[in-house]
Design a protein around this ligand. Structure first.
Ligand SMILES: *Cc1c(COP(=O)(O)O)cnc(C)c1O
Length: 380
């Protein structure tokens, strides 16, 4: 990244930098690994910038949304309603109405009460939207507790027992079309074995449904494939092969059942960086602080999930390696990017790249402390 130093020094910091070549390579690798042509819906909440979405659309992916405004944004960026799925535990009536009017592919429904509301709204419109039930499979995704979504204590989805109990009630609703089941167990999952465990649970639940006379044409296994935050250069492309193979080898699909995925982070995570400038240094006891002009308002993941991003000094030529706490300017003790990171000796004015910030970086930005919102720049 050092080759971009000249270009970066002309841009006001902090800013997001997107290497669209990395995105293209990632999309290419995804396509090559997806030999069975499974449906992949990109999870819009990871990154919703127009140039990023344009490439994802050209690669033929659909879209996974978690709010009405995300559906609107996807449609405004050229995706077809038939490519859109909508999840979320708290869909408002307004969001449901909007999505029904647009004719999205499917609602991923997260409670029986929500289904009743969708059925009622659809009935009043004389429509019959597709719905899939989000099942909480009660398995451990082996990731940070704040991005685990498929354990019993998580608010997402309903249990398989509840789905089984509700089958007759669902069948009696006349303004919905029950087309599938949906799972999403968490994010930044790096142990592929966790997806195998998911397949085993899905097979069990599918058998339970078949026993009750329910054979659904669609199965959606969500997303969650992790990326390598500590090695963004040599491991810039996630192992999509191993990921898809796990499902191909372990899932028992019904004849003609279509398989859907919802990947976010693994597609856009490595193409983005947050570029920031060193403002000050100071020492407190044994700790050397490097204070930069980006903060948790530009990249919340470290404060929110204890996430670690690789950071590199693009300016320093020093061979003297120093251990720093890399911190932002926001008035919160959690505004820390890295504790004890080893960097070449750094000084005021040096540019630092905080890597792997393409997913859940810019989409979570906020103006706390009335801070300026950082802008995005692209490699082409
Ligand atoms: C966030 C989310 C995803 C994407 O997760 P990644 O870890 O970014 O792949 C997929 N499905 C649902 C329902 C989500 O909420």
């Amino acid at each position: 990244m050092k080759e971009l130093l000249q270009k970066f020094s002309e841009i006001e910091t902090p800013f997001y930098w997107y290497d669209l070549n990395v995105l293209d390579k990632t999309l290419q690798a995804l396509k090559e690994a997806n030999r069975k042509n499974y449906h992949v819906h990109y999870a819009l909440k990871a990154n919703n910038n127009a140039p990023v979405l344009a490439r994802i659309k050209d690669a033929g992916l659909g879209i996974d949304c978690v709010s009405g405004n995300e559906v609107k944004h996807a449609l405004e960026n050229g995706f077809e309603p038939s490519q859109v799925v909508l999840a979320g535990v708290g869909k408002t009536d307004k969001e449901i109405e909007y999505a029904i009017d647009q004719g999205i592919f499917s609602f991923n429904v997260e409670s029986i009460e929500e289904l009743e509301v969708i059925n009622k709204i659809a009935s009043s419109k004389g429509k019959k939207p597709n719905i899939s039930f989000r099942i909480n499979p009660a398995i451990d995704a082996g990731t940070h507790r704040k991005i685990t979504t498929g354990s019993k204590e998580n608010k997402f989805g309903i249990s398989d027992e509840e789905l089984f109990r509700s089958v007759d009630q669902i069948k009696s609703m006349e303004s919905i079309r029950f087309i599938g089941v949906h799972y999403h167990i968490g994010s930044q999952i790096t142990d592929i074995g966790r997806f195998k465990n998911l397949c085993v649970r899905i097979n069990e639940i599918q058998s339970g449904l078949v026993e009750r006379g329910i054979e659904l044409p669609h199965l959606n296994v969500g997303g969650g494939l992790g990326i390598d935050y500590l090695d963004p250069d040599t491991k810039s492309i996630p192992d999509f092969e191993a990921y898809f193979n796990t499902f191909t080898e372990n899932l028992q699909l019904l004849p003609d059942q279509e398989l859907h995925f919802e990947l976010g982070r693994s597609i856009v995570g490595q193409c983005g960086s947050l570029i920031t400038k060193v403002l000050y240094q100071k020492e407190s006891g044994a700790t050397k602080f490097l204070i930069v002009d980006a903060g948790m308002t530009d990249l919340m993941r470290p404060a929110l999930y204890d996430a670690e991003h690789m950071a590199q000094n693009l300016s320093s030529e020093s061979s003297n390696m120093v251990t720093y706490d890399l911190v932002g300017p926001v008035c919160e003790s959690s505004d820390i990017f890295n504790k004890g990171i080893v960097l070449p000796e750094s000084k005021r004015g040096d540019l630092i790249a905080i890597r792997s910030a393409g997913a859940y970086g810019e989409t979570m930005k906020n103006a706390y402390n009335l801070r300026e919102l950082a802008k995005a720049y692209y490699s082409e």
